[in-house]
Design a protein around this ligand. Structure first.
Ligand code: SF4
Length: 222
């Protein structure tokens, strides 16, 4: 089952709390920041086309260990108990990246940096909305896990090819280049596990099985 979700730019533009994760500005910018974010929001509204595509696949009940689905080996314990997987691709379209590049080319680094941060947070928001859409589609009896992305400890980068199998990214204008990089650049992909007995539902510490957790500066919890 494959479907596309489309969002208004204003639905995914980050609130100040989300932006705090990306913008670690000092006091020197505190007066200017609200106006800079307002300006970024205006540009974002005029140039972003947030969309996502979701593909639901079953994990066969008779699957051997490690279980597999759609050609993907589910080696990480974070997939334990999954009976379905949702393959997700999200994008903001080419517009935000073009504006960011134009700011940097023109020497307006601050405006480019603010729009970059807003766009990354907005992309996170698109993924959260896709996860909610998958939950609604799958029904309340299935628990959803955390979205895991190719290149993280739970999924090799080569997973990109499986997520993009059947050229599902084309439905929202996203393609992979030879290095598995998604174009437009403000795009992301991931896999969401679902199951009645999912061992690690959404909100679990996704870093718990990562061998970099002891010294990782990006670790959110645990
Ligand atoms: S510890 Fe760091 S690298 Fe490992 S999953 Fe967490 S954030 Fe990613």
């Amino acid at each position: 089952m494959v479907w596309v979700e489309t969002f208004e730019a204003g639905e995914v533009f980050p609130d100040p709390g989300d932006l705090a994760r990306y913008l670690k500005t000092g006091p020197s910018l505190s007066n200017e920041l609200p106006a800079l974010i307002d300006s970024a929001a205006e540009i974002f509204a005029g140039h972003a086309t947030p969309r996502g595509v979701c593909r639901l696949v079953d994990v066969p009940a008779e699957s051997p260990e490690p279980s597999q689905a759609a050609g993907l080996l589910l080696r990480s314990p974070l997939f334990a108990g999954a009976t379905k997987l949702a393959f997700l691709v999200a994008t903001l379209g080419p517009g935000p990246e073009e504006r960011i590049s134009a700011f940097f080319s023109g020497g307006d680094y601050l405006a480019g940096w603010i729009l970059e941060a807003c766009s990354l947070a907005a992309l996170d928001s698109v993924v959260k909305k896709l996860a909610a859409a998958v939950q609604a589609q799958a029904g309340p009896e299935l628990r959803v896990g955390n979205v895991l992305s190719p290149g993280c400890h739970a999924l090799p980068l080569s997973t990109q090819k499986i997520i993009f199998a059947g050229d599902c990214g084309a439905a929202i204008g996203v393609r992979l280049n030879d290095s598995q990089l998604m174009l437009p650049l403000k795009s992301t992909s991931g896999i969401l596990p679902l199951g009645r007995e999912l061992a690690y539902p959404a909100g679990s510490d996704t870093c718990r099985f990562c061998n970099r957790r002891q010294d990782c500066v990006y670790r959110y919890a645990g």
